[in-house]
Design a binder for this molecule. Structure first.
Ligand code: HEM
Length: 454
């Protein structure tokens, strides 16, 4: 049983659907905010099925059935074709969308990149980004949009651990290209991710070929230069991936494969981590008692320093707050698959080609799985408490679980602990962010907070 929150006030949440909606109304709502099509029943039942625009879909919240989809029966639940076709121009047939043997060898070759030691070696880049953020805040007004700040901080990290410092172009040009590229990929419509049919109007679904071409050219150039000049003194993700080899087939990544996987790390790792941090900061402002407890921990460990990877083990409460932020506002709030063979989930027939969705947002607020699901309470994760298997999936699960989860957690801990030790964060009346899912779960209106230097 988890601790009961004192105030009982809930942070902002999405108003879920309580009545039966026709396809037009669903689509209109989905266009606004995909989370608004989740039936409220998804927070109370193990499975909810329906049909929209001729596509049969199932939202699955039962942890055992989710285990079947993500683990035991992985091979018949690939990512949807529409997702793959849509993302391919941007990230090629990289690890994120490849299936079967082509996914397996890439995953095996890339796994050593993300060992704890390698991430710890790159952590000074995260500490430096925390420091730059403080410098920016020190010269800002009282009210700071912490979402914008966190996007800038995680951008600094991801661009400095991928292609920076190896191209013929200056780092500003590389950063600009990455920025434009991210801007493009962030516009992928969620209709496409869900695999809804082609006749439905899609907001800005087409990538601008020039931005993609330019990014790929810069990335190719950076890889070539790095091969010629050798690794950086502290190997970054590019160096580590260049060394990577599948231990079973001995296959190494070629230029295009290296490039596409590094671009994937940028797309998958940058905004997700920024969102985690933005929501965590908002929740600290929402609950001053939590903020104070977090600050006490951070100050006693850091003693005025910027946090480093070595501090992370001594910051358990920081980890609890981040985990709780990821529960309430999971950046990847929807995961979807297209089933390739008939199956049965929760006693229900699931037909080949149906769309199977894991609404992580609803799973994390399910009444059978969480006590007072809509309340913010980092104590749920106290003393290393682990939720039931497949009931808490901010990073997905099974063999395709996020490869960058540890990287993201260390980055989030370093940045959050550093900021909370130095600044006070307060909500601004009537400017609470609204959770809106575009491709990720974003705070509409940003996260404007009153920031005080302590
Ligand atoms: C808080 C931050 C992050 C969140 C919430 C997150 C979430 C996720 C989720 C939910 C998946 C599974 C998607 C699915 O099964 O359909 C995933 C996969 C993936 N993520 Fe992350 N991610 C984060 C950070 C990162 C970072 C920092 C990187 C790389 C530097 C990264 C790289 C990847 C890759 C390559 C995959 C595909 C893995 C595979 O299919 O084998 N992610 N992520």
């Amino acid at each position: 049983m988890t601790k009961v929150l004192r105030s009982g006030i809930e942070p902002p949440k999405v108003k879920l659907v309580t009545e039966v909606w026709g396809p037009i109304k669903s689509l209109m709502a989905a266009r606004r905010n995909i989370l608004e099509i989740i039936p409220e029943a998804a927070t109370k039942q193990p499975i909810v099925s329906g049909r929209t625009g001729g596509v049969r879909w199932h939202m699955v919240m039962d942890p055992k059935a989710i285990g079947r989809i993500l683990n035991e029966n992985l091979d018949i639940y690939p990512k949807s074709d529409v997702t793959k076709n849509l993302l391919k121009p941007a990230i090629g047939d990289s690890m994120f969308i490849a299936e079967g043997a082509h996914w397996r060898w890439q995953r095996r070759a890339a796994s050593p990149v993300f060992t704890h030691r390698n991430i710890a070696n790159l952590a000074p880049i995260m500490s430096a980004a925390a420091d730059t953020t403080c410098a920016r805040i020190n010269t800002a007004d009282d009210t700071v949009d912490m979402y914008e700040e966190m996007v800038a901080a995680t951008f600094e990290v991801i661009s400095n651990v991928t292609f920076s410092g190896s191209g013929a172009m200056g780092s500003d040009a590389v950063h600009n290209a990455i920025n434009r590229y991210i801007d493009q990929t962030a516009r992928v419509s969620l209709f496409d991710i869900l695999g809804l049919p082609g006749w439905i109007p899609r907001p800005s679904r087409i990538f601008q070929p020039n931005a993609l071409k330019q990014m790929k050219r810069i990335a190719n150039d950076a890889i070539k230069k790095r091969k010629e000049n050798g690794a950086k003194p502290v190997p970054d993700l590019l160096d580590l991936l260049l060394e990577g080899e599948d231990p079973e087939t001995k296959r190494k990544m070629e230029m295009a494969e290296l490039r596409d996987n590094l671009l994937t790390f940028i797309v998958a790792g940058h905004e997700t981590t920024a969102l985690t941090l933005s929501w965590a900061l908002y929740l600290c402002a929402f609950d001053p008692e939590v903020q104070e407890k977090l600050r006490t921990e951070a100050r006693s460990v850091l003693q005025g320093r910027v946090a480093t990877a070595d501090d992370c083990a001594a910051l358990p409460y920081t980890e609890q707050v981040i985990k709780e932020a990821l529960r309430l506002y999971p950046p990847a709030a929807f995961i979807s698959r297209t089933i390739q063979a008939d199956d049965m989930l929760c006693g229900r027939d699931i037909k080949r080609k149906d769309t199977v969705m894991l609404p992580i947002y609803a799973l994390h607020r399910h009444h059978d799985l969480w006590d007072r699901p809509d309340q913010f309470d980092p104590e749920r994760f106290a003393d290393g408490h682990k939720p039931e298997r497949y009931s808490y999936l901010p990073f997905g699960g099974g063999p395709r679980i996020c490869i960058g989860a540890q990287f993201a957690m260390i980055e989030a801990k370093i940045i959050l602990a550093t900021l909370i030790a130095r600044y006070g964060f307060e909500r601004i009346a009537d400017r609470d962010p609204k959770p809106v899912m575009v491709l990720t779960l974003r705070p509409e209106g940003g996260v404007p907070l009153k920031v005080t230097r302590l």
